[in-house]
Write a protein that binds this ligand. Structure first.
Ligand code: SAH
Ligand code: SF4
Length: 342
């Protein structure tokens, strides 16, 4: 038996090729496209402006989705974490964050199952790399959130499981769909990377309007090597050249993510070195207080030292924010995703 078409993740042209097989007009394809991306239905039967007869025919050759919600957890702060299962049984998390003061609904999506980069502080890396997600599987994460909540996602960050720049083709295709089919502006899409230099340069050459976030996490080579093995392959001095190339090419400001770990990279001397490193890089700084994971003994700094570090970095003339911890009570915070089923 030939396999069913899965409508989620198809662009308008691809939906047209499904409807034309059934002898239907392009207008039907446009209606289906709206139901999938803007109204986020779970089934063909909910597409009520299609005739019952046409829905029956469509049901025989297509389905909306093939993803399953395995676990859904809601945090006291409103964050929702989904553990999703793909047909081959692999699972990833996707997280919905609401920031009450704004109308923004941010989806944090996974780009791979597991991650090969294996940073010492991250639960995802501890699993190793399992496989890349296809662009459809990435898109399905956001559709699942929209279907389940009935809400429209406004911002997307690639900060779930995986290193997006090691799955760049699928990530770029997913971004194109978020942009064109979900109608989410490119500036509301953020890709976070541990620093894959050739891919940062490739992104720069595409001259995208989306945001690049770089997980720097250290002020010098020695400390970064301890935290991130990738520093051996793509060291900070080369990384800086790539960042400057990105800014030159795109004109966009980069977001520097800096994990704060107690007594490791949170000292005044670290702040000073970081300011020097970033002096000629057009960027904002986002400080991320370390979230505990099981397999290491790093600690989160006190609020006092977080504020002190922020103050020192602001003094260097940069805009600095401290990332709000979202969903830590359900292990949905940064670095806590590992596809687990308890
Ligand atoms: N692989 C990409 C994107 C996913 S991780 C990257 O590393 O950039 C998203 C962010 O969470 C990264 O900045 C990552 O360094 C950070 N992170 C990982 N483990 C963390 C932890 N235990 N506490 C806080 N942030 C963490
Ligand atoms: Fe991979 Fe990012 Fe985790 Fe590092 S922090 S192991 S790059 S997911």
């Amino acid at each position: 038996m030939s396999s069913m078409h899965v409508l989620s993740g198809l662009n308008l042209e691809e939906i047209e090729s499904v409807t034309s097989q059934l002898g239907a007009s392009k207008f039907r394809a446009r209606q289906i496209h709206n139901w999938i991306y803007l109204k986020s239905v779970s089934s063909i039967d909910e597409m009520t402006d299609l005739s019952k007869k046409f829905r029956d025919e469509l049901n025989k050759v297509a389905k909306v989705s093939e993803i399953k919600i395995k676990v859904k957890q809601e945090s006291a702060d409103g964050t929702i974490k989904y553990l999703l299962e793909y047909p081959d049984g692999e699972c990833v998390e996707t997280v919905l964050m609401r920031f009450d003061n704004r109308a923004n609904l941010t989806a944090c999506v996974s780009s791979q199952v597991g991650c090969a980069v294996n940073c010492s502080f991250c639960a995802t890396g501890k699993r190793g790399f399992i496989r890349n997600l296809t662009y459809k599987e990435i898109v399905e994460q956001v559709l699942t959130i929209q279907r389940d909540t009935g809400l429209k996602v406004t911002n997307i960050v690639f900060m779930g499981q995986g290193e997006p720049l090691l799955n760049l083709d699928n990530v770029l295709k997913a971004m194109q769909i978020f942009n064109e089919d979900f109608q989410i502006g490119a500036r509301r899409l953020t890709v976070s990377t541990s620093g894959i230099i050739p891919k940062i340069r490739a992104l720069a050459d595409l001259d995208m309007q989306s945001t690049l976030a770089l997980s720097l996490h250290a002020p010098n080579h020695e400390i970064r090597s301890k935290l991130m093995m990738i520093e051996e392959k793509y060291p900070m001095d080369e990384l800086k050249k790539a960042l400057k190339y990105y800014v030159d090419k795109t004109g966009r400001r980069i977001t520097i993510e800096y994990l704060l770990i107690k007594n490791l990279n949170d000292t005044a001397e670290c702040a000073k070195q970081l300011a020097i490193y970033l002096k000629d890089v057009k960027c904002n700084i986002n400080l991320i207080p370390y979230n505990p994971t099981e397999k290491n003994d790093y600690q989160r700094p006190s609020n006092n030292s977080i504020m002190k570090f922020k103050y020192l970095m602001e003094h260097s003339g940069k805009k600095v924010t401290v990332r709000l911890e979202r969903g830590a009570d359900i292990d949905a915070a940064c670095g806590q995703l590992r596809g687990k089923v308890d």
